[in-house]
Every structure is written in structure tokens, then in C-alpha cells.
Design a protein around this ligand. Structure first.
Ligand SMILES: C[S@@+](CC[C@H](N)C(=O)[O-])C[C@H]1O[C@@H](n2cnc3c(N)ncnc32)[C@H](O)[C@@H]1O
Length: 358
């Protein structure tokens, strides 16, 4: 099989494996503490959650009063396994509604559970009907269906706070909504999400796997993020910039196929550069739309990957600093300096090419 196809299959397998990552209560608490003001009088829907085991359901039911919730709904998907060899009657998906009444049990019992006619897929008419009645969706959806999942939330104009893989930023559909300021990254990212509970059959290996004191099997992929359209104060904080471009031009290479400079780390974004800068995708974790404008992802003017001396470093997001002050701008690009700088860069590129060739 061609290597590309094998890689695709491996990626697919990896994605559906993480469909069985269950979120820990501590990670939910750690993120949700930043959004408390959003939930008053709201209906929360966890639409990929078995209410009997989901920590999302557990969190919202336990904090129902404190958050001032109106209603909590959790729905559970049941994969339909019927085939030629397995003709047994399959179990339908189901949902549970919690309204915080005095005599209502937080732990759902079988009396309170309502069965769907179908499997409870988040895309099914039955689940969408619940979605329409809800204000905010909070969950960790199946990673392999992430694009479709977000697309549906946007289509129904819902508020959301969901977990996804960091790679999701690079999907053009997801990048588009981030660029359009319709969603942004939450507070915790990468190692900030401590790990997921995995089923018995999931093999534990490496240093990022453990069994916790409750006997849960935990893996920490350290590659997840929260994606949301609920506002946070962090999103309005400027990134502190300390570096300067002018005087340190040698540290910032220009792209071959876009008028802009490459910046390897968010902390190295210069405070005095007003044109486009290519920054790493982790920039989005610190992004304040009042300070920066997102222009484009990954591609140069020729719609090929951004390159420096013919090499494509990493995926970059092209951004512009909106806050360059007038006097900073006036300092920019005296012609003689620019010509010297370009000569220097050409020499430098030649040297790098020589080193690579050797
Ligand atoms: C990553 S797990 C997370 C489970 C739970 N939300 C949590 O955070 O603990 C994704 C869940 O989505 C469920 N699921 C898979 N496909 C689904 C679908 N099409 N519709 C709804 N749920 C689905 C899986 O059964 C699994 O329980």
C-alpha cells in the first residue's frame, strides 16, 4: 500500500481511538471556572455523554444551583452493531433531563431515562431537536467527527465549549471560524489538560499513561485544546511584546512567497513591525483580536506553503499587529537600511544553503 494511504489509515485509527477518551472531572472544573457567568438561566446540552458516567453531566448537575442553570440535558449515543451475524435487537440511544428540582436525583436512574427511536447520533433529528432547545453545548465530542460537530453548532448558532485536538486548528473549516472571530481557544491547552480516562481494552504505554487512585486508566496525550465561543477575560489581554525588528532584522527571515517575516515563537513577535508576520499555531492560545488581525493560514501568494529559501519551516498563521504606534511606523524601512538588510539576507541564505548542501 502506498505510504500516504497507510499514514491516512493510521491517522484514522488514531482519531477513532481518541473517540473513547473520557474527560476527567478535574479538567472540566479547571476550565469551567473561567466561564461561570455564562450559565445563568441557560439550558446546557452534553450531546455525546452517557449521563450515568459523564463527568460533564456530573459537573453541571453538581453545580446546577451555583451556576443558576435552567436545565441540563445529556444524551448518549449507542452504536448500532446489527449485521448479518449479529441480528439481536440493538439498544437505542437515550437522554436524560435534569432540572434541579428538590426531590430530583443527581444520578440518573432508569425511570428518568428517555430512549430515542434511533441511535442518538448528534446529527440525528432527535438529537438536533434537543439541540434546538438548548443554549450552550459543553462536551468532548468524537474527534473523528470534529469538523461536522463544530459545523452543526455553528449552523444552529449555539454557544459552545468543547474539547478537540490541537491539530483541529489546522482544519480549514475550523481555522475559518477562528479567523472570523466566531470561536477561539479556551484557557487550558496541551499539558493544561491533564489526561483522559480510557476503557479497559485500551493499551497503556509510555510515560504519559497511568492508573489513578480510583483505578481509572488515564492517558495524557497533551495535544488537546478547548474550543469555545464563550467570552473570557484572557481573550482581551494583550500579548506582552518586548522584541524589536528594527535593529535585529537578521533574526527574522522574509518569506519567498509572501511579503512578511517568519517568527518562530509567539514571544519573539516584534513590537515594531506593522506588516504580515508568520507565527506558530500556538499563537492562537494568546490571541487577542483587538491587538492582532489574522490574515491567512499557511499559504503564500502562490497558494503554496510559506517558504524561506525554498524550505517550508512549519505551519504558520499570518497575522498583523493592529497596535503599531505612529512613531513606531515612522521608524520603519529607511530605504538605505532596507537595501543593506536585503543584501545581508541574501548572503545569509547563501551561507545556509551551503551548509545544507555540505
Ligand atoms: C471522546 S468521547 C467523550 C465522552 C464524554 N463526552 C466525555 O467527555 O467523557 C466521545 C463520545 O462520543 C460518543 N459518540 C461517538 N460517535 C457519536 C455520534 N455520532 N453522536 C454522538 N455521540 C457519539 C462516543 O460514544 C463517546 O462516548
Amino acid at each position: 500500500m502506498a505510504r500516504k494511504a497507510t499514514n491516512k489509515l493510521l491517522q484514522k485509527a488514531k482519531e477513532s481511538k481518541s473517540d473513547e477518551f473520557y474527560t476527567q472531572l478535574s479538567d472540566i472544573e479547571s476550565e469551567l471556572q473561567h466561564y461561570k457567568g455564562h450559565f445563568k438561566d441557560k439550558v446546557v446540552f452534553c450531546n455525546c455523554d452517557d449521563p450515568r458516567i459523564s463527568n460533564f453531566f456530573n459537573y453541571f448537575a453538581s453545580n446546577f444551583k451555583e451556576l443558576g442553570l435552567k436545565k441540563l440535558i445529556a444524551s448518549c449515543y449507542r452504536k448500532q452493531e446489527r449485521n448479518l451475524f449479529n441480528t439481536e435487537k440493538f439498544e437505542n440511544g437515550f437522554f436524560y433531563e435534569y432540572s434541579g428540582a428538590k426531590d430530583e436525583k443527581i444520578k440518573p436512574n432508569s425511570n428518568g431515562i428517555i430512549h430515542f427511536k434511533g441511535d442518538g447520533d448528534f446529527r440525528s433529528a432527535e438529537s438536533i431537536n434537543l439541540l434546538k432547545q438548548s443554549d450552550i453545548v459543553v462536551t468532548n465530542p468524537p474527534f473523528s467527527l470534529f469538523r461536522e460537530y463544530v459545523d452543526q453548532l455553528v449552523k444552529y448558532d449555539k454557544k459552545f465549549l468543547i474539547i478537540g485536538n490541537i491539530n483541529a486548528i489546522t482544519y480549514k473549516e475550523i481555522f475559518k471560524i477562528i479567523k472570523g472571530n466566531k470561536a477561539w481557544l479556551g484557557i487550558n491547552l496541551g499539558r493544561g489538560i491533564s489526561g483522559f480516562i480510557v476503557p479497559e481494552h485500551y493499551e497503556l504505554y509510555g510515560t504519559e499513561a497511568r492508573i489513578d487512585n480510583l483505578g481509572n486508566r488515564i492517558v495524557s496525550p497533551n495535544n488537546c485544546l478547548w474550543l469555545t465561543n464563550l467570552d473570557t477575560s484572557k481573550r482581551h489581554e494583550d500579548i506582552t511584546l518586548t522584541k524589536r525588528y528594527f535593529g535585529n532584522e537578521i533574526e527574522y527571515f522574509h518569506y519567498d512567497n509572501y511579503h512578511g517575516i517568519n517568527v518562530d515563537k509567539t514571544q519573539n513577535i516584534p513590537l515594531d513591525y506593522s506588516d504580515a508576520m508568520g507565527v506558530p499555531i500556538t499563537f492562537l492560545h494568546k490571541y487577542n483580536p483587538e491587538q492582532f488581525e489574522i490574515i491567512k493560514f499557511r499559504k503564500g501568494d502562490d497558494e503554496k506553503d510559506l517558504s524561506i529559501s525554498g524550505k517550508c519551516p512549519y505551519f504558520r498563521i499570518l497575522v498583523k499587529n493592529k497596535r503599531i504606534q505612529k512613531n513606531e511606523k515612522m521608524n520603519q524601512i529607511p530605504r538605505s537600511k532596507l537595501i543593506n538588510k536585503m543584501k545581508l539576507e541574501v548572503r545569509l541564505k547563501r551561507n545556509i544553503d551551503k551548509i545544507i548542501m555540505n
